[in-house]
Design a protein around this ligand. Structure first.
Ligand code: UDP
Ligand code: MG
Length: 316
């Protein structure tokens, strides 16, 4: 059993001016209740991270200073994407917080999950994963692709918790460990399990978005999915290698067969097979080069070690 600690709820926000009034009311109210009931210390905060929004998001967040003593705000110098914004919030929180919970600004992750997180934290868990047990609010397409994607990741040897997105609690020592991971190609869902320490899960039903539109169009979703594989696993390279070996073997076999057929006096139609073989080999080559290039590109970005985000403003 741990002592009462300081909780930071980290909320990444990108153009969320429509969702924030309700979200901030709910989350700030929740923290106030938790402080009153002695579950968390009065130094606890809801930290809203403005991920370079172009609407009135930051104005709203700074306005919260007058509304509640539990409000905190962090402004990034430009849009860096959900993963970086979340990391910025978590790393800012780790200096003051004993634990940080990350939750989306649209309240799709049920706020009730916070209580479950705290229970597990006080029982000794350093990482508590929020697992969606009911995804009815997501489209059938998103549900199906998500399920297949988690399976693929597991097959690629990426350790992830199925149906867990970025709604989780991390203790201070887990956050400190996360801070040691310096990679710029971020996929937090894949990194957090690598941190280790005792962990637990809490199930919750995913809700409808409260207001505004999804900031994750299909294109961004696919980009994140791709990032998940290529920043965490080198198995695609090996897959290509085995595929190349198979093709090479088949090619040699085909040449031998072709030679035999020619020798038997039927050379007329064989050229089509050769064309097909050339096309297939070219396709394979390009795919292989493309995939290897993807990793080379990642190495390039990692060696430059650019800052993952730049903080423009912070109040707490
Ligand atoms: N978000 C962000 N930066 C971005 C895109 C999204 O900080 O570039 C935040 C967004 O404000 C929200 C969370 O990431 O709090 C999840 O985004 P969203 O709800 O739009 O994704 P979905 O739930 O539709 O997958
Ligand atoms: Mg959402």
């Amino acid at each position: 059993m741990r002592n009462t600690g300081t909780l930071f709820i980290v909320v990444p926000c990108y153009n969320e001016e429509e969702a924030l009034p309700e979200t901030s009311r709910v989350l700030l109210g929740r923290v106030a209740e938790l402080v009153e009931s002695g579950r968390v210390s009065p130094e606890s905060r809801v930290l809203f991270v403005d991920d370079g929004s172009t609407d009135g998001t930051w104005e709203f967040i700074s306005g919260l200073r007058e509304v509640s003593g539990y409000a905190a705000g962090l402004k990034l110098s430009r849009n860096r994407g959900h993963q970086n914004a979340l990391l910025a919030g978590l790393l800012a929180a780790k200096d003051d917080a004993d634990m940080a919970i990350s939750i989306d600004a649209d309240l799709q992750d049920d706020v009730a999950v916070i209580d479950g997180f705290l229970d597990k934290y006080y029982d000794g868990a350093d990482v508590v994963y929020g697992v969606r047990n009911d995804r009815r609010s997501d489209s059938a397409f998103k549900r199906r692709t998500a399920r297949r994607y988690y399976k693929t990741l597991l097959k690629m040897g990426v350790e992830i918790v199925p149906d867990h997105a970025d709604c989780r609690l991390m203790s201070r020592r887990a956050l400190n460990a996360l801070a040691e991971f310096k990679e710029v190609n971020l996929f937090l869902r894949g990194l957090v399990p690598l941190v280790g320490f005792p962990s637990a899960t809490v199930e919750y039903a995913r809700q409808e978005r409260k207001a505004g539109e999804s900031k994750y169009p299909l294109k961004k979703m696919l980009a994140l999915a791709w990032q998940g594989i290529t920043s965490m696993s080198v198995r695609p390279i090996r897959l290509i290698l085995s595929l190349g070996l198979i093709l090479l073997t088949l090619g040699i076999a085909a040449i031998i067969a072709f030679a035999i057929i020619c020798a038997c006096g039927h050379p007329e139609w064989q050229w089509t097979i050769i064309l097909a073989a050339i096309a297939a080999a070219c396709g394979l080559n390009l795919t292989a080069i493309g995939i290897v290039g993807e990793y080379v590109g990642k190495v390039y970005l990692e060696t430059k070690a650019r800052p993952r985000y730049i903080v423009e403003d912070y109040f707490k």
